[in-house]
Design a binder for this molecule. Structure first.
Ligand SMILES: [Zn+2]
Length: 167
């Protein structure tokens, strides 16, 4: 069976099969003469053989989906069957987690700024020009962060929509 790997559905780049031991450590073909640590096959589609901005390309030498297949055929079938949708899905999921974390951080920062603004406003001895400058400066930051949160929430919606398409 000499079925070939199809090009990447996202960037058209090529994927490669790499022989490994059963734990995914890369091996050369000569290892097959004495595969003392088991045999496995992984798919590599990294930055060196992908197009620009491929959503599933990994860093150099990182294995697609972290999967180790028992045979070359199993690896080819998995890739050609578009298991890469699963890979894209898991990458999008982790991106969503990161964005959610950033939104939380920004919300906390907004809260802190608002507290400081309130402290300034509560001063009984009146506001100096310096205080007023500080307050408007901090209000700008709060507004900017609020806008950033809105944009990030829109990106989250788009990503969730893309995820639906992959399923
Ligand atoms: Zn690709």
């Amino acid at each position: 069976m000499t079925e070939k790997l199809r090009p990447c559905p996202f960037c058209g780049g090529e994927a490669k099969i790499q022989l490994t031991d059963s734990e995914g450590n890369g091996k050369s073909e000569s290892y097959l003469e004495n595969p003392y640590s088991g045999v496995g096959y992984v798919i590599v589609h990294d930055l060196s053989n992908s197009g620009d901005y491929c959503p599933i390309a990994t860093d150099y030498d990182v294995v697609q989906g972290g999967n180790i297949y028992a045979s070359k055929e199993a690896a080819i079938n998995a890739w050609n069957r578009r298991d890469c949708n699963d890979i894209a899905e898991s990458r999008i999921e982790s991106t969503i987690d990161i964005i959610n974390e950033e939104i939380e951080v920004e919300k906390k920062q907004i809260k802190n700024y608002r507290n400081v603004i309130r402290t300034h406003l509560d001063r009984s001895d009146g506001l100096s020009e310096w205080h007023n400058d500080q307050i408007s400066y901090m209000n700008d930051i709060v507004n900017r962060k609020a806008l950033t949160i809105t944009l990030k929430e829109q990106i989250l919606n788009d990503l969730k929509w893309i995820m639906e398409g992959l399923r």
